[in-house]
Design a protein around this ligand. Structure first.
Ligand code: ATP
Ligand code: MG
Length: 298
């Protein structure tokens, strides 16, 4: 049995918009991540992926449910206080929109080195600046960027700085929320291979949130599919792509273009009938490690 790193149990998150209106962004979502695993999370815009990511990182306090990280209940104030420093160094997040997450008044070198400095990590390359330069080179940027400020960079460069900062900590868990969406196609592959390298070489577990289903298939060991706040299906990647069972997953996967033009011409898109969606089902095991949201049998 592999060791469980992250255990999300019945996670629910509700945003209160005003006195009368609420949004149930995440609704009774449960899944686990094993150490060293890359888990993909996909689903249409607004399905709750980022909210799950932020709850896991203690950015949002869940409305309901429990999240255990290495058996630490991160929603429990006392446990969180006791382990905060450790949790902050072991878990890193790359936000969907890194622009708002970077301190505009700091240089690139300081932004990348800050977490290492806070956690008093001894820089393997002599100085924090050398370490920052090294991390920057990994995301395809040279030393000339070290003294620049975020406002002097393009959106894609800022995103790469955020990635370098997160990876500099060699995290045990990396939550990557659409890390490559804002990058040029030529750099996307480089970043995906970098994430893969961190996983293979350093055993970094990755929660990879993405829209690009081909990228998810390439990178992830398992994939979870969200729809309107619910996790509707989760399975090993090959199994999910070959044998999707939830109607929403079928529709989602049928939308992936096939590189072969002849096969692409005969590709059939499956529509998902939103009205038929039954949000009250339970995640049910239908094969080894393959779970689908369905009605409980009476
Ligand atoms: N801070 C917030 N305040 C109020 N509602 C929010 C907030 N953040 C998200 N929501 C709502 O919660 C739901 C889930 O949003 P979330 O950002 O988690 O989706 P997502 O799957 O990450 O979407 P995307 O693919 O567009 O990033 C949406 O209906 C969204 O409008
Ligand atoms: Mg999002």
């Amino acid at each position: 049995m592999s060791e469980i790193l992250l255990d999300v149990q019945h996670l629910t998150h509700v945003f209160r918009l005003d006195k009368h209106a609420v949004i149930k962004a995440v609704d009774d979502v449960s899944f686990q991540m094993k150490k060293g695993e890359i888990l993909g999370l996909v689903g249409e815009s607004g399905s709750g992926k980022s909210t799950v990511a932020r709850c896991i990182m203690n950015v949002y306090k869940p409305t309901g449910g429990k999240i255990l990280y290495r058996d630490i209940d991160i929603g429990d104030k006392a446990q969180l206080r006791k382990h905060r420093k450790m949790l902050e160094s072991l878990r890193q997040i790359i936000f969907q929109d890194s622009t708002s997450s970077l301190n505009q008044r700091m240089t690139v070198a300081d932004i990348i080195a800050e977490p290492m400095s806070i956690h008093r990590m001894r820089p393997a390359r002599g100085s924090l600046r050398a370490e920052a330069e090294f991390q920057l080179s990994y995301v395809g940027m040279d030393a000339s960027y070290l003294d620049k400020y975020p406002t002097e960079l393009s959106g894609g460069q800022r995103q790469r700085v955020a990635i370098a900062r997160a990876l500099s900590m060699e995290p045990e868990l990396l939550v990557a929320d659409e890390p490559i969406a804002s990058l040029d196609v030529s750099i996307q592959a480089q970043i995906i291979n970098l994430l893969r390298h961190c996983n293979r070489e350093h055993g970094c577990s990755i929660l990879f949130i993405a829209h690009d289903l081909s990228m998810v298939e390439y990178l992830c060991d398992r994939v979870g599919v969200m729809y309107r706040g619910r996790l509707v299906e989760i399975a090993p990647t090959a199994e999910l792509y070959a044998n999707p069972r939830h109607p929403y997953t079928k529709a989602l996967l049928s939308a992936i273009p096939i590189p072969d033009p002849i096969a692409e011409r005969s590709r059939k898109r499956i529509d998902f009938d939103e009205v038929s969606f039954d949000r009250d089902g339970v995640l049910t095991r239908i094969a080894a490690d393959h779970f689908v949201l369905m009605q409980e049998e009476v």
